[in-house]
Design a protein around this ligand. Structure first.
Ligand code: ZN
Length: 115
C-alpha cells in the first residue's frame, strides 16, 4: 500500500496519506485530515543523495550502474567501499551491464534462453 507524506500549506501539519493502490493515488486529490485543505505539498522521503542511509552492498546491478552513471564521486566511492571491490573491477562490471542493457534494448526479440 503506497503511503505518501505531505505538508499542509494551510495548517502547516505533516500528514501521511495511504492509498489502496498507485491508481488510487493518481486519481485522488490529497486532502488534509486536520483542516480539509487540498493545498498539500508532497514531502519526498526515502530519496537521498547523501551517503550513510544507503546500503550499497544490497544494491542491484541496475542501481549500481545508475550510481556510476550519476557521476557523484562521493556516492561512487562509497559504493566501492561497501561493495568491497576495487574501482577497476566495479567499473568493468558496470561496463558489462551497460553493454548487456544496450544490446537488450536494441533487439525486440528475447535472446535465446538456456533455461
Ligand atoms: Zn491542514
Amino acid at each position: 500500500m503506497p503511503a505518501y507524506d505531505y505538508r499542509c500549506n494551510s495548517c502547516g501539519r505533516e500528514v501521511s496519506l495511504f492509498y489502496k493502490s498507485y491508481k488510487d493515488y493518481d486519481d485522488a486529490t490529497p486532502t488534509c485530515p486536520h483542516c480539509g485543505s487540498t493545498d498539500l505539498e508532497r514531502i519526498i522521503t526515502g530519496v537521498t543523495l547523501q551517503t550513510g542511509g544507503r546500503n550499497y552492498s544490497g544494491m542491484s546491478s541496475q542501481e549500481m550502474l545508475s550510481v556510476l552513471e550519476g557521476g557523484n564521486k562521493q556516492e561512487v566511492n562509497e559504493l566501492f567501499r561497501q561493495s568491497g571491490q576495487d574501482a577497476a573491477s566495479t567499473v568493468t562490471q558496470a561496463d558489462t551491464i551497460k553493454r548487456a542493457k544496450d544490446s537488450a534494448a536494441g533487439s525486440s526479440k528475447p535472446a535465446t534462453s538456456s533455461e
